[in-house]
Design a binder for this molecule. Structure first.
Ligand code: DC
Length: 227
């Protein structure tokens, strides 16, 4: 069973995806963390995030592993180094949306995502990102597209930065988020788009619990129809 969740930055995808994965006993796939891992490697090696040839070469020599942790978490390792907080800085966020526009990077990460969860004992995955329902798992029987105003999404993202002890300005956060969304929606390779069979939920005026409950009801209804 694959549940695909797409939407723009800061809309609450990862929070709800983790909660749904925990409730259903499924694995959680944070596809954005993979693009962030590539961006981290690009930045730490001093590579230009727009230099497609150099980045193709970098991917070929990089060992990327993804593992699920108990309780619905996911850990990405680059060259055997586990990356967590390093992936969440504004610099990595911005570089991630640049490298995500490169078809070679997307092609390199495609099997990593599609093979995630193909192990004995895995009943299902909750996959979140920008192209889960359109490109990576077009066959997913349940797809969601989460929406929300950029002001509300920036407010949430800013609160996360502050909560994590990072200095951040709300207006800068909104500007950076809108720039990233613009790049994610307009790139040629697998842009952020709503799958025709996705259920659209506007999260702006809903609490996390309300979004999760609404999604669980839809998952229950759609999976019951498959049985
Ligand atoms: O979800 P996130 O903010 O961690 O994603 C980081 C960047 O990676 C984002 O700007 C868009 C890109 N991304 C993508 O292009 N496709 C995905 N499936 C997930 C993320």
């Amino acid at each position: 069973m694959i549940i695909a969740i797409d939407g723009p930055s800061g809309v609450g995808k990862s929070t709800v995806a983790k909660l749904i994965a925990a409730r259903l006993g499924y694995r959680y796939l944070d596809s954005g963390a993979l693009y962030r891992a590539v961006a981290w490697k690009v930045l730490t090696t001093g590579t230009d995030p727009a230099a497609s040839d150099a980045i193709r070469g970098l991917c070929a020599t990089t060992k990327l592993t993804v593992t699920s942790t108990a309780g619905g978490g996911m850990v990405v390792e680059v060259d055997e180094r586990p990356l967590t907080d390093e992936l969440r800085t504004p610099k990595v966020s911005s570089a991630a949306s640049q490298v995500a526009a490169l078809p070679d990077v997307r092609a390199w990460l495609l099997p990593v995502q599609q093979n995630f969860g193909r192990q004995a004992g895995v009943r299902g995955i909750v996959a979140e990102g920008r192209d889960m329902g359109t490109r990576v798992f077009p066959q997913a029987p349940v797809k969601f597209f989460l929406e929300g105003s950029s002001a509300e999404r920036a407010r949430r993202r800013h609160a996360e930065f502050v909560g994590a002890g990072q200095a951040a300005d709300l207006e800068d956060t909104q500007r950076e988020l809108e720039a990233r969304d613009g790049r994610d929606r307009t790139r040629e390779s697998a842009p952020l788009a709503t799958a025709p069979d996705a259920v659209i939920i506007d999260t702006s005026r809903l609490t996390t619990d309300e979004v999760v409950e609404r999604m669980l009801r839809i998952i229950e209804r759609k999976t019951a129809a498959l049985r």
